[in-house]
Design a protein around this ligand. Structure first.
Ligand code: FAD
Length: 385
């Protein structure tokens, strides 16, 4: 079905992105998966092509384009399974914090570099002891003269090894009541003494990403590295996480479609009992059901995307899109694997990667349970809030 959210300019842009991705990134994906991380040259090429921070303001190097253009880039990366290069995290999750809450000096220093691919970004919220309950972070940033001194540990941080700038979620007031009022965001640059990169974690899927532990041991940063106001960190996170959830929805529905398309091709080719397996009614029904669900999911994601571009409040709908599409992706990749038979279990078939990669999508960017907590709260069901 034709997707109404795109005009001719978007289509031309998609062609450009697709050509770039096929030429510059697809040949690198295997290497990223082997190395457990992307390479700097690819980031610089993405920056040069104008595919990082496309919707950020022109004064900091962005193209000032609407978010639909970033959605196209996210889709084109997901289509080829280029999950190792965390452009969506860099451009659409982290950059907006810098652009919206940064001082002029922070924007000039960091956003311009991020748009060029010279400053790769990470955000460190999760800790060994807390993930969903963000207000319970234990990492502290203690004011000392013109500095903050950070102590604590973070885990599961994407771009953990390759990043040049990390937004660290800290407690500037560990005794604040309620606890979330003590949360602040502090910028920590590569090579700051006391900023230690831990293990690159061994994962089930997304093997091309350098998900890592980070440690802060008496890590001293200038007080000017505070992002936004002290104690305002939780509010800033809540304001910007909506787009992150939409980003996951856009990627998940694209991945589901790709997995399905590959499986349709496989089912037409693979023969059993003297006929293509696509000839069995069970295969047809499974593929027909999945094709329906992918179209339904796409229609909803497109609707949320259009609302976001208009500037509507999408907190509820982005949460819905995130949990529904990531659950759908898990279902689609599992059923497509089954249709591949034993070959589906072999890593040489992309469906095996899809199956492994799908698992995390209901966990990161806020678990799907937390998405439902948000939706229920917005429906007025939680009287405590
Ligand atoms: C590959 C990968 C990349 C990641 N990248 C980043 C990153 O770049 N930066 C970052 O900061 N973090 C990152 N994360 C961490 C991720 O955001 C967390 O894993 C996630 O928020 C869940 O936190 P947790 O693992 O501590 O689980 P927990 O919070 O311990 O949750 C465990 C289970 O309890 C459920 N649960 C918790 N609270 C509730 C509740 N109130 N109601 C119902 N159920 C509940 C959860 O849904 C889940 O099923 C990444 C994780 C992975 C796996």
């Amino acid at each position: 079905m034709r997707r109404d959210i795109f005009n001719q300019d978007h289509d031309i842009f998609r062609e450009q992105v697709r050509r770039f991705v096929e030429k510059e990134l697809v040949p690198k994906i295997e290497q990223w998966n082997r190395d457990g991380m992307s390479d700097r040259a690819s980031w610089l090429k993405m920056g040069e092509a104008g595919f990082l921070g496309a919707n950020q303001p022109a004064e900091y190097g962005g193209a000032g384009a609407d978010f639909t253009y970033d959605a196209i880039i996210i889709e084109e990366l997901a289509r080829v399974r280029a999950h190792g290069l965390m452009m969506p995290l860099h451009s659409d999750v982290i950059m907006p914090y810098l652009v919206n809450y940064g001082t002029e000096e922070q924007k000039r220093r960091f956003v311009t570099g991020a748009v060029k691919g010279e400053t790769i970004l990470a955000i460190a919220m999760t800790e060994p002891g807390t993930g969903s309950d963000l207000a319970a972070v234990k990492t502290t940033a203690t004011r000392d003269g013109d500095s903050y001194v950070l102590n604590g540990a973070k885990t599961f941080i994407s771009n953990g090894q390759i990043s040049d700038l990390v937004i660290v979620v800290v407690k500037t007031d560990p005794n604040a009541k309620p606890a979330h009022r003590g949360v602040s965001l502090v910028l920590v640059e590569r090579d700051t003494p006391g900023f230690i990169r831990g293990r690159k974690l061994d994962k089930l899927g997304f093997r091309g990403q350098d998900t890592s532990e980070l440690f802060f041991e008496d890590c001293r940063v200038p007080a000017a590295n505070l992002l936004g106001r002290e104690g305002n960190g939780f509010k800033m996170l809540m304001e910007k996480l909506g787009q992150e959830r939409l980003v996951v929805g856009i990627g998940a529905i694209t991945s589901a479609r790709r997995c399905l398309d590959d499986t349709v091709a496989y089912a037409m080719e693979r023969r059993a009992f003297g006929q293509p397996i696509a000839g069995f009614q069970n295969t047809q029904f499974k593929l027909a059901e999945m094709a329906t669900e992918v179209e339904v999911g796409q229609a909803f994601v497109d609707r949320v995307l259009a609302a976001h571009v208009r500037g509507d409040d999408i907190v509820t709908e982005a949460s819905m899109a995130k949990w529904w599409t990531s659950d759908l992706l898990k279902k689609v990749s599992s059923q497509c694997l089954q249709i591949h038979g034993g070959y589906g279990f072999m890593m040489e078939y992309p469906v095996a990667t899809d199956y492994a990669d799908s698992a995390v999508q209901s966990i990161y960017a806020g678990t799907n349970e937390i998405m439902k907590v948000i939706i229920a709260r917005r429906m007025g069901l939680d009287q405590r809030s």
